[in-house]
Design a protein around this ligand. Sequence first.
Ligand SMILES: NC(=O)c1ccc[n+]([C@@H]2O[C@H](COP(=O)([O-])OP(=O)(O)OC[C@H]3O[C@@H](n4cnc5c(N)ncnc54)[C@H](O)[C@@H]3O)[C@@H](O)[C@H]2O)c1
Ligand SMILES: O[C@H]1[C@H](O)[C@@H](O)[C@H](O)[C@@H](O)[C@H]1O
Length: 336
Amino acid sequence: MTIHIGIIGTGMIGEEHARRITLQLTGATITAVTDVDQEQARGVVERLGLAAEVYPDGASLIASEAVDAVMVTSWGPTHEEYVLAAIEAGKPVFCEKPLATTADGCRRIIEAEQAAGKRLVQVGFMRRYDSGYQLMKEAIDTDRLGAPLMVHAAHRNPEVPERYVTPMAIHDTLIHELDTFRWLLDDDYKNAQVVFPRKTRHAHSQVADPQIVMLETVKGVRIDVEVFVNCRYGYDIQCEVVGEEGVARLPEPQSLQFRQSAQRSNEILMDWKKRFADAFSVELQAFIDGAASGTLGGPSSWDGYAAAIAGDVCVRAQESGAIEPILMPERPAFYA
Ligand SMILES: NC(=O)c1ccc[n+]([C@@H]2O[C@H](COP(=O)([O-])OP(=O)(O)OC[C@H]3O[C@@H](n4cnc5c(N)ncnc54)[C@H](O)[C@@H]3O)[C@@H](O)[C@H]2O)c1
Ligand SMILES: O[C@H]1[C@H](O)[C@@H](O)[C@H](O)[C@@H](O)[C@H]1O
């Protein structure tokens, strides 16, 4: 069975996902695309040689009989509307992070999905599909580390554009960690605090950079995450879990080691596309297979909601400087 996919938002990651589905993955074909910038949508069809129609808007794409499953890869604030419309149409939908930019938006999505009576949403938290994080999770789940006590992490981007402002360090960047640690530790958050070190001279005026986010989980694990989005030197994701019986560190991406000119060196990646290339492939193949079999798995809209609740509190903590409580509602049986 071949799943016919419609893509809403054919920017950087929309095109990346379309390329993957077309050239690498099996079981799906792109039949429809749309973008507010129609030129952009037409460009992707041309560049990738897709047999896809360019639709005037997301609503008509979702309603189209040529579309079995929807991928939402437009800007974050537009996700909620399209995910709700796909649920309404009863079509499986893959939504890039964030599921919605506020917890309220995510709540409307989980309510709609539960009313539909069937899981229809997979959220693009691709780190769960990264082999390094999966090894760490296995070490934790098999009790190799003993009880996890602390996590030290860093999320570094070489640079961000002018439109990236201080709260985006949470909604756009930390959102990956907010999901990853809940999954890795099988835990939820209890409170958050954000502190600001001296600002780098490479950050523009609207973004406080770097930031350190400190989280406490319900089980008592303390997590510190450095978010540094103008670090210049690379796209660098670090994670170390300290347990009572040992420490596990996220593997570095594979790279050649050079011995040259009296120096030993390894390349550091500059781009998220390369850092998580394999994870994106596994993630999207899982969506295609789930849509084909009618049994979607992976990060659910509840996970999107939980990350958004913590995210909203972290933004409040950015403003207050205080330790802010995170109150998670009880998880409905639907998302067990
Ligand atoms: N998982 C990851 O690591 C990862 C990486 C990059 C981006 N993302 C997420 O993917 C989404 C897109 O990011 P991007 O980097 O590709 O951005 P982008 O700006 O390159 O592309 C977004 C595209 O969406 C289009 N668009 C905006 N509003 C629209 C609307 N209402 N209807 C249709 N199209 C619309 C824009 O014209 C643009 O072409 C964001 O939510 C971002 O957070 C996730
Ligand atoms: O949209 C991107 C993407 O999610 C990257 O994985 C993250 O490192 C960036 O900070 C974010 O802006």
